[in-house]
Ligand binder design. Structure first.
Ligand code: NDP
Length: 345
């Protein structure tokens, strides 16, 4: 549950709390909704933004005293929704970090049912929260929509490159023949992103990121930037961007725990977006899903099952581990997609 709005880093037990409910799930009114027995949930950095109250964000803020919701996969145990029956396994954006969730009727149109092929291709259920889930969709669909055809030989900078979204961006760009420089917060993560195909890596905590980017940019500049973090790294990219560079503005995690605008680092060289004619485009992945989900579900799970792309994940077992697992997104202690396996049997 969201107990109070956090200031800075959330504190398990203080800003979030645990609870139990004695509802009889066999008779609780559903009003057109469904109940799922939850198998796994995804923990995503943007959930921190939803703890800030109403900041005009695209998804509604969490309500203090109510369960924190996330993207999850569950088995329907009762349904009043047309097209969904007990036994169906669904991907649901309204899943609570809890064992059972009562989903309102309004949430049902965003459900996606798993087919037998997806459940039998050997991928773990948590992969469908990572590279084959929303994180993967974010990488795949934003590259398609915002960059379009990745041009072989062009250069890409990816920040947050060892994370859930970043690791797929690195692999898709490398496979398209793009030269990739990738940043991450530890040497081990840097080794990992190079093993995925990055040509160069930067430990942004210990190395001179602007200097390494400048060397990589050479005469041409860097054509694309996939921005997961914002702040200093965004500023450094703008300085070395090629003319007509493209920034895929995916996230700004360096500012998510800031409570006041003045605590967020913003680039001081934004005017270069004008002078270099840079395209700087933000997006919310759910806007791209209707157009790209078919192609994505055909291609990406297959590539994962065949080992053509990798998905490193950071899975916590049991619902009570969720609070600590969430913090790892902000300390950088996570290694890949953060997910919680609720059904551990
Ligand atoms: P990750 O798995 O990448 O985990 C977050 C990582 O961010 C950490 O491991 C850490 O890596 C890095 N990080 C944390 N704090 C900072 C900081 N202050 N400065 C720089 N890096 C930091 O998360 P996701 O892949 O799930 O998400 C990546 C980004 O994509 C987020 O910004 C998220 O909000 C965004 N996103 C946007 C979507 C959209 O629709 N626009 C959809 C999904 C995600 P390290 O050890 O390298 O520092």
């Amino acid at each position: 549950f969201n107990k109070v709005q956090p200031t800075g880093m959330p504190k398990p037990g203080e800003t979030t709390t645990r609870g139990t409910s004695e509802l009889d799930l066999s008779s609780v009114p559903l009003n057109g909704g469904v109940i799922t027995r939850n198998i796994a949930v995804s923990l995503d950095p943007t959930m921190r933004n939803r703890m800030k109250g109403d900041i005009g964000y695209f998804t509604p803020p969490y309500v203090v005293g109510k369960p924190v919701t996330a993207i999850g996969i569950g088995e329907i145990v009762r349904s009043e929704a047309e097209g969904f029956a007990a036994g169906d396994i669904v991907y649901a954006w309204s899943t609570g970090i809890e064992e059972y969730t009562i989903h309102p009727a309004a949430a049902v149109p965003t459900f996606r049912k798993f087919d037998s092929e997806q459940l039998s291709n050997g991928l773990s259920i948590t992969t469908y929260l990572g590279a084959a889930g929303m994180a993967g969709m974010t990488a795949y669909m934003s590259l398609k929509e915002i960059v379009g055809d990745l041009k072989p030989g062009n250069k890409m900078f990816v920040s947050g490159a060892a994370g859930a979204v970043g690791q797929l961006v690195v692999q898709l760009c490398h496979q398209a023949g793009v030269k990739v420089i990738a940043s991450a917060g530890t040497d081990e993560k840097c080794d990992f992103v190079r093993s995925l195909g990055a040509d160069e890596s930067i430990n942004y905590k210990t190395e001179d990121l602007p200097a390494k980017l400048k060397a990589f940019a050479g005469e041409t500049g860097i054509h694309y930037y996939f921005d997961n973090v914002g702040g200093d790294q965004l500023e450094a990219y703008i300085s070395v961007a090629a003319r007509y560079g493209i920034i895929v503005a995916c996230g700004y995690i360096s500012g998510y725990n800031a409570d006041k605008p003045e605590d967020v680092v913003y680039p001081k060289n934004l005017f270069n977006i004008v002078t270099k004619e840079i395209k700087y485009q933000g997006f919310i992945v759910s806007s791209f899903i209707p157009k790209w989900i078919g192609q994505f579900m055909q291609e990406v799970p297959k590539m994962l099952a065949e080992g053509k792309i990798k998905n490193r994940e950071d899975v916590t077992f049991g619902v009570y581990g969720a609070e600590d697992a969430f913090l790892r997104l902000f300390t950088g202690e996570n290694n890949g997609k953060v997910a919680v396996l609720i059904d551990t049997e």
